[in-house]
Design a protein. Structure first.
Length: 300
């Protein structure tokens, strides 16, 4: 059984903290205190609607001690103007190094939430009017506005592109295009949760050099002690059988929702499940929660 000391040096690159339009379990300040207490080297604040740079900078300055980074991000949704290079440039110049493709404004997300409320939108009334932002044009190629952001990321060299909630078919065009342009790091967000990408396709992306994310949030065993809800922990075996290399995978939580465990507690529980149920030893877990995330965020 791993104890909290194993989290020394860990990164969690996917946390939904407050302040936010939605009710979040922790705010960024609470998260910084908890992260420093167990020795995280960094965590990333993801917000679907606003760039997270302001809060992260303030948290680092007034609550941090220099041992833990609060990474900020920006998502190319309607609330920031979609594929808005000016917004991305501004965020970059405030320290942001993770740029998400559309999440709540992706066609996949909008279609998947028709007739039901997305809790991450809080009391926003404009959610019902979301217009989908497509990564691909009618010609099947990456749209010019998105290409400009990929080119910007490639030129800067230290921006990670994340696929967000776009469909796996869109990602299948976006990923090779980004890599061909010279984007150093591209993350495939929870490809078996909401996205439902075929395992052979995920393996192909990983072998191209994309990083494959496996979040604690996609496993019912982490949230409710019920392996029949959401994904089973044993989906990891299917990944490995399909040829997805562990060397191109990493773990984080995607926690911060009111129904989820505290991100630190949930992370430790997730790592223990991987250890106890799948036999992942400390060397493998270190790669998944420390070494690979450090490479993704250029912290080597």
């Amino acid at each position: 059984m791993l104890d909290k000391s194993f989290l020394q040096g860990a990164y969690d690159l996917h946390i939904h903290t407050g302040p936010s339009v939605a009710n979040r379990l922790v705010d960024a300040g609470d998260m910084m205190k908890a992260a420093m207490e167990v020795g995280y080297k960094g965590f990333l604040v993801k917000d679907h609607y606003v760039p997270s740079a302001h809060g992260c900078l303030l948290v680092e300055k007034f609550l941090g001690d220099g041992s833990c980074k609060a990474f900020s991000s920006i998502a190319c949704n309607n609330s920031i103007g979609g594929f808005n290079l000016e917004a991305v440039d501004a965020a970059y110049n405030m320290g942001t190094r993770m740029v998400y493709m559309p999440t709540v404004s992706s066609r996949l997300h909008i279609d998947g939430h028709k007739g039901k409320k997305f809790t991450g939108s809080g009391n926003m009334v404009t959610v019902a009017m979301e217009e989908p932002i497509d990564v691909l044009g009618t010609d099947g190629k990456v749209v010019p506005e998105c290409l400009e952001i990929l080119k910007y990321a490639a030129e800067k060299g230290d921006i990670t592109i994340s696929t967000g909630h776009i469909s796996w078919q869109e990602s299948d065009v976006l990923i090779p295009a980004a890599l061909e342009l010279g984007v150093k790091n591209i993350v495939v967000n929870h490809p078996s949760f909401q996205i439902n990408a075929p395992l052979d396709v995920i393996a192909r992306w990983a072998k191209m050099g994309a990083w494959i994310e496996k979040t604690a949030c996609e496993f019912g065993q982490v949230i409710w002690d019920d392996d029949t809800r959401f994904n089973s922990i044993y989906i990891w075996n299917r990944y490995l059988d399909a040829g997805v290399p562990l060397e191109q995978m990493f773990v984080d939580t995607d926690f911060g929702q009111s129904i989820s465990p505290h991100p630190v507690d949930g992370y430790l529980k997730y790592l223990n499940l991987l250890n106890d149920w799948l036999g992942f030893d400390e060397k493998v877990l270190t790669m998944l929660c420390k070494e690979n995330p450090a490479k993704i965020m250029n912290q080597e």
